[in-house]
Design a protein around this ligand. Structure first.
Ligand code: NDP
Length: 251
């Protein structure tokens, strides 16, 4: 079903955990070569070793990258080894939530970190790949991992929701800007996914977590990764624009 992904190269941001790690596994099992990036070098190196053992026919690369630095993003993309130069799929996944606080009290460092990672980081990576994908014989596909928070808002979620609304605006705008190019752009908007992110979100407030999760089984990183594989494996004329994926029961 996913045979047209075989041999393609996928660049994943935030590949050290959660959805990004699951994407690495899913694209590797579809026969893709994988570039793993994140700040935690040890985690991506361990994942690389795991993939190398599990999928000897693919190439993998682990590169430390903090997406909040435009300089670092440009340097990593420019200096990719020759056999990883041609990237077919960019998974803009790196992101985080901090605090969840009324706007009036939001600590400035948390605001800056969320905007720098979720919005600016995604922009920097996208900018680094657009010129290359325009020239690539097979074109390219950019998949932005947004959130249900890109469509809805909730109390104390102003900054995170704003960053994910921004991601959706960027995705929609890019689709216009790249309509005449061979680059497709898609977004995935997940609801609750059980990852390290979930622990941070509730900051150890188990009662609040129980309330939010009541009556539903959260999604897994693999649920999102399988969707990313499906979206990017469609024929070149098919652009799945956006996808809201929720655990059953999340209204
Ligand atoms: P995790 O916390 O499990 O993973 C987040 C990933 O982002 C890590 O690999 C982390 O790597 C990376 N990351 C964070 N900051 C940076 C940075 N500055 N530079 C590079 N990488 C960074 O969370 P999820 O897997 O759940 O989240 C992935 C994406 O999914 C995020 O964009 C999130 O907003 C979105 N999402 C998550 C939902 C959920 O319920 N879990 C729901 C909807 C959307 P490292 O620390 O090693 O740099």
């Amino acid at each position: 079903m996913f045979k047209n992904l075989k041999g393609k190269t996928v660049f994943i941001t935030g590949a050290s955990a959660g959805i990004g790690e699951a994407c690495a596994q899913a694209f590797a099992s579809a026969g893709c070569h994988i570039i793993l990036t994140a700040r935690r070098t040890k985690r991506i190196e361990e994942l690389k070793a795991e993939l190398d053992q599990q999928y000897p026919d693919i190439r993998t690369l682990a590169v430390t990258l903090d997406v909040t630095s435009k300089e670092a993003v440009d340097q990593v993309v420019t200096n990719l080894p020759a056999d990883f130069q041609s990237v077919d799929i960019l998974i803009n996944n790196a992101g985080l939530v901090l605090g969840l606080t009324p706007l009036a009290d939001y600590p400035v460092d948390q605001i800056d970190t969320m905007i720098n990672t979720n919005v600016k980081g995604l922009i920097y990576c996208t900018q680094a790949f657009i010129p290359r994908m325009k020239q690539a014989p097979r074109g390219g596909h950019i998949v932005n991992v947004s959130s249900i928070s890109g469509r809805e808002v909730y109390p104390n979620g102003s900054v995170y929701c704003a960053t994910k609304h921004a991601v959706d605006v960027i995705t929609r705008t890019l689709r216009f800007e790249l309509a005449d190019s061979p680059i497709r752009v898609s977004s995935i908007n997940p609801g609750l996914v059980e990852t390290e992110f979930s622990k941070v979100r509730f900051e150890g407030d188990q009662q609040r977590a129980d309330q939010v999760y009541a009556g539903m089984t959260p999604l897994t990183g693999s649920d999102i990764a399988e969707l990313a594989v499906f979206i990017t494996s469609r024929p070149a004329h098919v652009e799945i624009a956006d996808t809201l994926i929720l655990p059953h029961g999340q209204a």
